[in-house]
Ligand binder design. Structure first.
Ligand code: SAM
Length: 215
């Protein structure tokens, strides 16, 4: 599959900053392009957890992973009592769920703190907006996105990285971009370095890649 320029750029930055074989969270799985990239980066020893809320995303992402030979474990939050017990987080060595290394979780990323302990992830990756080719009404929303970013930053370990790709205009509007950028501006510089990239000479509201490094 041909990667978009923005995807290629984000993946290049992630690859240059994050160690292989780590613990990665894809907060917006969609068709699974980022999930697949993280699975490749994770290799045999790492682990990948991907969130989405719609069935169409799971159908596409599962097909993509399978076509590349990856197995996965799929979870739907309400039927997994283990998830409600925060003393047995998924990435804990005590958890029987931590046997495999690729988990697809049907739940909102704003609930990601139910699954992981703080200061454990090497990377949390967001690709906001709607599923390409899908229902544009099922899209990330300003408030849940900010909640998820805040929770993701807590789950990141020191030295870890968050990657965000923010879209605006068209069906997406500007509310999410504005709210997320306003939130990121408030992050304490002593704890986080926030790098906002920009397609400086491109028209029609190009996507905005953002990278956050936790000190
Ligand atoms: N990373 C994807 C890829 O590589 O194909 C693209 C992601 S797509 C732009 C955005 C996805 O976010 C959609 O599939 C949508 O269902 C999902 N989404 C929307 N709200 C969400 C939420 N609260 N939690 C998790 N995923 C959500």
């Amino acid at each position: 599959m041909k990667q978009s320029q923005i995807t290629y750029w984000c993946h290049s930055i992630i690859r240059s900053q994050v160690k292989e074989g780590g613990f990665y969270i894809d907060a917006t799985m969609g068709k699974g392009n980022d999930t697949l990239f993280l699975c490749q980066l994770a290799g045999e020893h790492g682990s990948v957890y991907a969130f989405d809320i719609q069935e169409a995303a799971f159908a596409a992402a599962e097909k993509l992973l399978e076509s590349h030979g990856y197995g996965y474990i799929r979870h739907t939050a309400p039927v997994c009592p283990e998830f409600s017990d925060s003393s047995v987080p998924l990435n804990s060595e005590n958890s029987s769920l931590a046997q495999g290394n690729i988990y697809l979780i049907k739940d909102g990323h704003e609930n990601m703190d139910r699954y992981f302990t703080p200061e454990t992830a090497d990377l949390v990756c967001f690709n906001f907006g709607y599923l390409p080719g899908g229902d544009h009404r099922i899209a990330t929303k300003p408030q849940t996105s900010i909640t998820a970013i805040a929770k993701g930053l807590k789950i990141l370990k020191s030295g870890g990285m968050m990657s965000l790709c923010i879209y605006s205009g068209g069906d997406t509007g500007f509310a999410e971009k504005d709210a997320v950028l306003q939130y990121l501006k408030m992050l304490p510089a002593r704890e986080y370095t926030v790098i906002v990239n920009e397609y400086y000479n491109r028209e029609n509201r190009p996507p905005l890649p953002v990278f956050i490094f936790k000190r």
